[in-house]
Structure formats: structure tokens, C-alpha cells
Design a protein around this ligand. Structure first.
Ligand SMILES: NC(=O)c1ccc[n+]([C@@H]2O[C@H](COP(=O)([O-])OP(=O)(O)OC[C@H]3O[C@@H](n4cnc5c(N)ncnc54)[C@H](OP(=O)(O)O)[C@@H]3O)[C@@H](O)[C@H]2O)c1
Length: 324
């Protein structure tokens, strides 16, 4: 049976993605944004007005203490995810934490530790995981239709104007292509192939010194390889392919957002899968959180905490392996 009332969200940080999340919640009755918390009351008021969010708080502390808030969505730049998540957990609230979950694996382990200690739900907001086409891809993988997996390719490149103040280029705000965009391809490889055994990587800096482009090869048990690229210097095709001995799945364009894909069995014509979709797609992760909380779960089966930690470990390993 569906939940009678929508899950009441409090949004921590009134930035760009926070607004997109609030807008996309309008496509579901599983959740609603009841509160916004900002470092400034004026920003909270403006955000509340624009997105129809009734409770407006001028501090993150006031947001997490709001008794109407049932779950907190942490939507600050990545260096502040740890503090935001711990603040909410210590106030007794379950958390959905923007991607990348944290700056590194040590921080990720800290959030997981506090969530488990307090017996509260936590999840990384890797929204791609919960999209309709990814559900279809996972179903096909679980059925083993591709045979033995051999190669995975994925790229995530976006063009950003050369603004040294933008968080993608600013080290203090967690800048760099790998953390912001690369986490999508690393997470995708993790979903399909698991944790890699070996990592090689090469990076080129952007004009501020943070990584502007990083290419990676991850090798998995059994020899399957993921060949991944990320850049903040140019818009790439953002395609992904999963290739097995019996066939392949090609997801394009923009594998990380709602899209379609082709299943191409060896020697056969492509079968096009195009799940219906409207809106941005950010709400599916909120639907998953509502479902988990209703079921009394402390983490999502689709985006488990141990996998989030493993993804951050892979990100650490990539940075350690980088040959510039
Ligand atoms: N899922 C997606 O598709 C997607 C897309 C974009 C970004 N993201 C992720 O979401 C997070 C936020 O990205 P965004 O693009 O929304 O960032 P943004 O527009 O810069 O907003 C982040 C918000 O965080 C708050 N904040 C707290 N401390 C801050 C500080 N020292 N400097 C700047 N802002 C601070 C600010 O809100 P207040 O002033 O209200 O406190 C700010 O508006 C990042 O981790 C990013 O990776 C996800």
C-alpha cells in the first residue's frame, strides 16, 4: 500500500540543485518540500517564495530542528556534505546527501558510522541509479542477457565558463571534474562491475589547478575493464556502453539523465528501450527514500552505503594513481 502522506523534506542549502529537486518533487506524491534552510534568512525567503516551500530558516541548525521535517536533503557543495549530514543525523533526521557523497572515503565512512550508530537512514543522492532506464538496464544485467561482461565505457563531460569563482573550478568548494562529474561514471562502473581491483588514471589541470580532465581504466576481477573519461572543459556525448560476450547495451545520449537505450545482441538488430519519462528525474531518488523509510530500512538496496564508501575509495585510488 502506498504511503498516505508525502514524506516531508527539509532542504539544506538553497543553491541550484536544491531548486531543481524542489521542482521535481511536484511530479510525485511520495514527497514534498516543507522547509528550506539557508545560511541567510533572505535567501531562504527567496527560495521559499520561488519554489513554494512554506518553512524558511536562516540557518541549517534551525532547518534540522524543524519538527515538520521528516528527512533532510543535503544540497551544499561537496566539502560541506559531511557537516550537513552529521548535523541532520544528530538531530535525529534521515539524510539524502548530494553526490559525490563526500570529499573522500574517510568522510564517507564517518557519515555511515554516525547513521548506523543512530540507527538512521542515509543515502547518496546518485539520482541516475533510480531512473527508469537504469531499472531496465539492471533487470537485463540481472538476467545475464549480455553473457560475460568484458568492457564498459562511459564519459561525462560538461562545458563550464572560465569562472574561477564557480565551484567546479574552485578547490575550496571541492572543485575538479572528477569529484563533480567523474563520480557518475565511476558509480556507473561500480553498479555494473563492482569494486575494481586495479586503477590507472591520467589528469590534466583546469586553469585554476583543479583537475579539468581525467581519464581512467578500472580493471575488475575476471578481467573486465571500465574505460572512463570526465572533463569540465567541454561537453562530451555522455554515452555509456556495457559490452558482454553475447551482446551490448548502448545508453545514449546523456546516460546519466532520463533517456533510452539499445540492446544489441550479437548479430541481431538493435532493440530500442524507451521508458516514458517527464520532468528532470531527481524525484526518483526521493521516491526511493520514502519507500525505504516506509519499509523501516536504514539504507537503499539500490544505492547501499557500503557501495557509496567503495565508490569514494575508488575515487581516492584514482586520484592517487593519477599520472599528469
Ligand atoms: N544531482 C545533480 O544533478 C547535481 C547537479 C548539480 C550539483 N549537484 C551536487 O549538488 C551539490 C550542490 O551543487 P549546486 O550546483 O547546487 O551548488 P550551488 O548552486 O553553488 O549551491 C550550493 C549551496 O550550498 C550552500 N553553501 C553552504 N556553504 C557554502 C559555501 N561555503 N560556499 C557556497 N555555498 C555554500 C549555499 O546555500 P545557502 O547560501 O542557502 O546556505 C549554496 O547556494 C554539489 O555537491 C554538486 O555535486 C548535483
Amino acid at each position: 500500500m502506498e504511503r498516505a502522506a508525502p514524506l516531508r523534506w527539509g532542504i539544506l542549502g538553497a543553491g541550484l540543485i536544491a531548486g531543481e529537486f524542489a521542482k521535481d518533487l511536484r511530479f510525485t506524491d511520495a514527497g514534498t518540500a516543507v522547509a528550506i534552510g539557508s545560511r541567510a534568512q533572505e535567501t531562504a525567503e527567496r527560495f521559499g517564495e520561488e519554489f513554494g516551500v512554506p518553512n524558511r530558516h536562516g540557518s541549517y541548525e534551525a532547518l534540522v530542528a524543524d519538527p515538520e521535517v521528516e528527512a533532510v536533503y543535503v544540497a551544499t557543495p561537496h566539502p560541506f556534505h559531511l557537516d550537513g549530514a552529521i548535523l541532520a543525523l544528530e538531530a535525529g533526521k534521515p539524510v539524502l546527501v548530494e553526490k559525490p557523497f563526500t570529499m573522500n572515503a574517510a568522510e564517507a565512512r564517518e557519515i555511515v558510522r554516525v547513521a548506523r550508530e543512530r540507527d538512521l537512514f542515509a543515502m547518496e543522492a546518485m539520482w541516475t541509479r533510480f531512473l527508469p532506464h537504469i531499472h531496465e538496464v539492471r533487470r537485463l544485467l540481472a538476467e545475464g542477457v549480455l553473457g560475460e561482461l568484458v568492457t564498459l565505457t562511459a564519459d561525462h563531460g560538461q562545458w563550464f565558463a572560465r569562472d574561477p569563482e564557480h565551484r567546479i573550478f574552485k578547490a575550496e568548494l571541492g572543485g575538479g571534474a572528477l569529484l563533480d562529474l567523474g563520480v557518475y561514471v565511476v558509480s556507473f562502473a561500480s553498479m555494473v562491475l563492482g569494486t575494481p581491483e586495479r586503477v590507472v588514471a591520467s589528469s590534466e589541470p583546469a586553469f585554476t589547478g583543479v583537475d579539468g580532465q581525467t581519464s581512467m581504466i578500472l580493471t575488475h576481477a575476471g578481467g573486465a575493464q571500465a574505460i572512463l573519461n570526465t572533463t569540465s572543459l567541454a561537453k562530451t556525448a555522455t554515452r555509456a556502453a556495457i559490452v558482454g560476450t553475447e551482446g551490448r547495451i548502448e545508453i545514449e545520449p546523456q546516460f546519466y539523465r532520463p533517456t533510452s537505450f539499445n540492446l544489441i545482441m550479437r548479430g541481431e538488430a538493435p532493440l530500442h528501450h524507451d521508458p516514458a519519462h517527464e520532468g528532470h528525474g531527481l524525484r526518483h531518488q526521493a521516491v526511493e527514500v520514502a519507500h525505504c523509510l516506509r519499509e523501516g530500512l536504514r539504507e537503499s538496496r539500490l544505492m547501499p552505503l557500503d557501495e557509496t564508501v567503495s565508490i569514494m575509495e575508488t575515487m581516492d585510488a584514482i586520484r592517487a594513481a593519477v599520472v599528469s
